[in-house]
Design a protein around this ligand. Structure first.
Ligand code: AGP
Length: 617
């Protein structure tokens, strides 16, 4: 949560920072602010609301300096006010700072600083960092270990800070220098031509440079327009490793679409092609992955898989569970990462852990990974953002390769997780009981996924009309069975997130054990009813809803036939293999949620109270 950008170079800093903040707005949009060091002072502009509001505000401040920091906020401590917006300036006026994270012991530090005469003008936890750095900076002589006084005062401060942070700091008497440090919140450095940037995400950097350094937890970087010196909290030196970003700026632009969510929904055929490219064995009977860092022999010793994730990614894990158990006959357990990290679950000796995360920065998923590693387990990650913290801390893994996902509601990342989950189930299954011909059948089905998704997307105008009809409801149920139960959960989550309609996902047969009490003419149910062995059972569940006057939207495969008049609306999807069905069935619910949200006038890409990657507990 929160997006941060710092710039030091030859250009005017404010416009570059604001451009970066616009790209990071998905991380938080309660307020935004920028501070530029110019004419011997910090010129600060802050405003509640979107970065667009800030843009108007900066015009009044004549920001011309070439050295600055900016922030877009997702509020944790303190309400959504101009005063609580970042950047914050220390009460002695010497230090300006932006922060992404939470300082858990801020009350204790604040008490200490009040005793030293520092004052506070916001309700945030962040302001203590700013004042504590100022305190150490004022006391610090030229550092004995050769570090600058600036870096040493930040280091001393962070030794006392409990919680999480990605911070960027300016000192009033040091034009042309930034210090940045992280623990638990992502930070990427961009090394440009006579300029250096720092941001929460590469999308705020790629328009200036593709040379980046992924800062690690516990590291502090001292930046000037031409240098980048990294050390650790304990004063150790760090070798700077420069990576090349493969994304281009066009990947994170809207193009002709109204919203990123729409763009990303329609990008899915290509995204899926990218996710599977080069990942099938030459004999065409199984999948192959380059970065698992685990031998087939090790895989064969596994007698239980454990998957941890949050939100949409957890739904993808649940589908993967179903497919691994079907194809490989190995038990799989899925858990909310936020619960796993604390519940001290008894684990099987030969368990193998997977975490799934689009961003690779979700704090609960990261904590689950660390907990499993602490207990001595290998942890593999399925992750989209190259170089993310989870990717770096995992023992190996699989990148999703679907490019940046900007819409807060995950779509293409979700279906690529489903695809990779299916490929993984195939890979493990082929090490066990799946035959060559079963393997080739699944491979052929998976290769056909992008075309099937294209066919499902062709239903968009029909789904838009259905969305118009149901856009005013206040409750909706999503019901599916087997591997489509997690898709029902996902459909409900999508609708809730972006349209603020109360929605629940259930196994279709479970509905009569409670949720049926919600059914009325005002509460529609979305049913997944593919033509498979449970089709008639799902039809019976529909009859139970119909008997209570509940409207039904049925998502059926094209070869299925429903009793006349049972469903109020029918959406047909292509008939497909069970490995592919959850992917294809996701498309109508993504479109339905999207069009309903648009019809209700909701801000689809920036839903209220949410942020794209949740980096606080
Ligand atoms: C998806 O639509 C949600 N915004 C959310 O549930 C998300 O999937 C969850 O926060 C996990 O994110 P991650 O995949 O980046 O770890």
């Amino acid at each position: 949560m929160c997006g941060i950008v710092g710039y030091v170079g030859k250009q005017k800093a404010a416009p570059l920072i604001i451009e970066g903040l616009k790209r990071l707005e998905y991380r938080g949009y309660d307020s935004a602010g920028v501070a530029v060091l110019q004419d011997g002072r910090f010129a600060v502009a802050k405003k509640t609301g979107r970065v667009a509001n800030l843009e108007g505000e900066t015009a009044k401040h004549r920001l011309h300096g070439t050295h600055g920091i900016g922030h877009t906020r997702w509020a944790t401590h303190g309400g959504v006010t101009d005063a609580n917006a970042h950047p914050h300036v220390s009460s002695d006026g010497k230090i300006a700072l932006i922060h992404n994270g939470v300082i858990e012991n801020y009350a204790h530090i604040k008490k200490f600083l009040l005793g030293k005469g520092y004052t506070f003008s916001s309700e945030t936890d962040t302001e203590v960092l700013c004042n504590l750095i100022a305190y150490h900076y004022a006391k610090e002589p030229a550092a004995a270990n050769g570090d600058s006084r600036f870096v040493e005062s930040v280091r001393k401060t962070l030794r006392h800070a409990e919680g999480t942070y990605g911070i960027v700091i300016m000192a009033l008497d040091l034009p042309g220098e930034l210090v940045t440090a992280r623990k638990g919140s992502p930070l990427i450095l961009g090394l440009g031509d006579g300029e250096t940037l720092v941001a929460s995400d590469v999308s705020a950097i790629v328009s200036r440079t593709q040379n980046v350094v992924y800062l690690k937890d516990g590291e502090i970087a001292h930046l000037t327009p031409t240098t980048c010196a990294i050390t650790t909290l304990s004063s150790g030196t760090v070798q700077t490793v420069v990576d090349k970003v493969t994304w281009s700026i066009a990947d994170s632009e809207l193009g002709a679409h109204a919203h990123f969510m729409e763009k990303e929904i329609f990008e899915q055929p290509t995204a899926l092609e990218n996710a599977m490219r080069g990942r099938f064995a030459e004999d065409g009977s199984t999948a192959r992955f380059g970065g698992l860092n685990i031998t087939p022999g090790e895989f064969r010793t596994v007698d239980r898989f454990m998957f941890c994730a949050c939100g949409t990614a957890l739904h993808a894990c649940m589908v993967t569970e179903h497919l691994i158990e079907r194809f490989a006959r190995i038990p799989v357990e899925c858990d909310y990462a936020s619960e796993f990290r604390y519940r001290n679950a008894p684990l099987f000796r030969n368990s193998l852990f997977f975490v799934m995360s689009q961003s690779g920065e979700t704090i609960d998923t990261l904590a689950a990974l660390r907990e499993a590693k602490r207990k001595g387990y290998k942890v593999l990650a399925i992750n989209n953002v190259v170089g993310s913290t989870i990717a770096r801390e995992a023992d190996g893994g699989i990148y999703q390769h679907v490019g940046p996902e900007v819409g807060v509601a995950s779509t293409k990342a979700f279906t690529s997780q489903l695809l990779i989950g299916a490929m993984l189930a195939l890979y493990i299954g082929r090490m066990r009981d799946l035959s060559f011909s079963e393997g080739t059948e699944i491979v052929n089905a998976l290769k056909g996924t992008p075309d099937l998704v294209r066919q499902a997307l062709a239903q968009a105008p029909h789904i838009k009309a259905i969305a118009k009809r149901f856009a005013k409801v206040t409750d909706m149920l999503f019901l599916g069975r087997m591997s489509l139960f997690p898709i029902a959960l996902e459909g409900a989550l999508k609708l809730k997130e972006i349209s603020y309609i109360h929605a629940e996902g259930y196994p279709a047969a479970e509905m009569k054990h409670g949720p049926i009490a919600l059914i009325s003419e005002e509460c529609p149910s979305v049913f997944f009813a593919p033509n498979n062995e449970l089709f008639n059972k799902v039809v019976s569940s529909m009859q139970e809803i119909k008997a209570r006057k509940g409207p039904i939207i049925a998502i059926i495969t094209e070869d299925a036939e429903l009793p006349a008049g049972l469903a109020d609306e029918v959406i047909r999807i292509p008939r497909c293999h069970e490995a592919v069905l959850p992917i294809v069935a996701s498309i109508p619910v993504q479109l339905l949620s999207y069009y309903i949200a648009v019809e209700r006038g909701c801000d689809v890409d920036k839903p209220r109270n949410l942020a794209k990657s949740v980096t606080v507990e």
